[in-house]
Design a protein around this ligand. Structure first.
Ligand code: GLN
Length: 304
């Protein structure tokens, strides 16, 4: 068994002195003031051991990482019906690209780009009684932590500047791939992205995907086959037009968010979360990607 704490500390020390820490996302104004020197890593192994370094207990905006949890909830609710409205192919384009959606008649390439996540939000609104509250409770329940909450300022900040997401939702609506009003779907979507969690909480929340669908509290959230499918989607689509690079460098299913978080996992072995708010040109955490590459190289633990 590798000495995980020593490996994390070593990687952390190397990464904090990096001269180029990337650029903090500023297109959501409320995220622009986050200090890019924040940096945390948290690891949980399947046998229940926890390891953390840096700011692994500081909450941050999970943004697109929420798309995996929303997808999991949608699949738990409507199963295979999900795939009537969304494809499962990598897009090879940025997360908010519109062109492909028009060419492909309103069927998003996958649920982890914005158009696909907006359709998932529509599914959740149609199937949950109190959508925002129920989804938040789902995330709290997965984590076993009642303190998790939305950052309403971040949700509002995206609401007043998210013109491209409005364009995407309207395009989906024009192709009859949105059943609820655009305003309602985006209000839900902006809130799910504005949930704040720590690295440690995210590691716990994603545990069921590394554990055949069974969460930290020993409840079955998905079947083994459904968990496998979500992991396959993270591997092929979790990093948009950098999914190939992540698979090549890191070799794990994972998901990033523009808040600077990345969650990655090796089924039956571990979940690891990094947070470093500076992003590269594709909108993925610069130090997070470097850290995870170092982690799988040093431990020799990846799916390949
Ligand atoms: N809320 C963000 C958006 O819709 C999420 C993007 C991301 O994290 N990649 O633009």
């Amino acid at each position: 068994m590798p000495d995980f704490q020593a490996i994390l500390e070593h990687i952390y020390q190397d990464a904090v002195i990096a001269s180029d820490k990337g650029t903090v996302a500023s297109y959501i104004p409320e995220l622009a003031h986050i200090d890019k020197n924040n940096f945390g890593i948290h690891l949980r192994t399947s046998d229940g051991n926890d390891y953390g370094v840096g700011n692994y207990n500081k909450p941050f905006s999970i943004q697109s990482i929420s798309k995996v949890l929303a997808l999991s909830k949608a699949i738990a609710l409507i199963g295979e019906g999900t795939w009537k409205r969304i494809d499962v192919e990598p897009s090879g384009h940025p997360f908010n690209q519109l062109a492909l959606l028009e060419i492909e008649n309103g069927i998003p390439r996958n649920p982890l780009i914005n158009s696909g996540a907006i359709v998932i939000a529509d599914i959740l609104i149609s199937n949950l009684k109190n959508p925002k509250e129920d989804f938040l409770n789902y995330v709290r329940d997965l984590t076993g932590d009642e303190t998790i909450n939305f950052n309403k300022d971040v949700a509002h900040s995206e609401k007043v500047t998210g013109f491209k997401n409005y364009a995407t939702a309207n395009l989906l609506k024009s192709f009859n791939n949105l059943n609820n009003p655009v305003e309602d779907v985006l209000d839900f979507y902006f809130h799910q992205c504005a949930i704040e969690m720590t690295c440690q909480q995210l590691t716990k929340a994603f545990f069921f995907l590394a554990n055949k669908g069974i969460c930290m509290l020993n409840k079955t959230r998905l079947t083994k086959s459904q968990a496998k499918r979500i992991n396959a989607l993270m591997l092929t689509c979790g990093f948009y037009d950098e999914a190939g690079e992540f698979a090549f460098e890191v070799g794990l299913p994972g998901k990033s968010g523009v808040g600077g978080g990345i969650v990655a996992l090796l089924p039956d072995h571990f979940v690891i979360t990094t947070w470093a708010p500076g992003l590269n040109k594709k909108g993925n955490s610069k130090l997070g990607m470097l850290t995870l590459e170092q982690f799988t190289s040093k431990t020799k633990l990846s799916i390949f």
